[in-house]
Design a protein around this ligand. Structure first.
Ligand SMILES: [Zn+2]
Length: 58
């Protein structure tokens, strides 16, 4: 079992899932909202939320 985190941004009213873009080998990709640019570490409007998903398939 593993747990992964889904990120959402609610800048447009309802939460929209963000996708994480891998940057390079040294940096962990961070989910960024394509609409407002918010990310978990840069969330001035407090629109970022997350949900931890348990994956029982592995
Ligand atoms: Zn947003």
């Amino acid at each position: 079992m593993s747990i992964y985190r889904k990120w959402f941004c609610s800048c447009r009213g309802k939460p929209v899932e963000l996708t994480v873009v891998d940057q390079n080998e040294d940096q962990t990709g961070e989910a960024t909202c394509p609409r407002c640019g918010a990310s978990p570490s840069s969330d001035p409007k407090k629109t970022i939320t997350y949900k931890d998903i348990e994956d029982w398939n592995d």
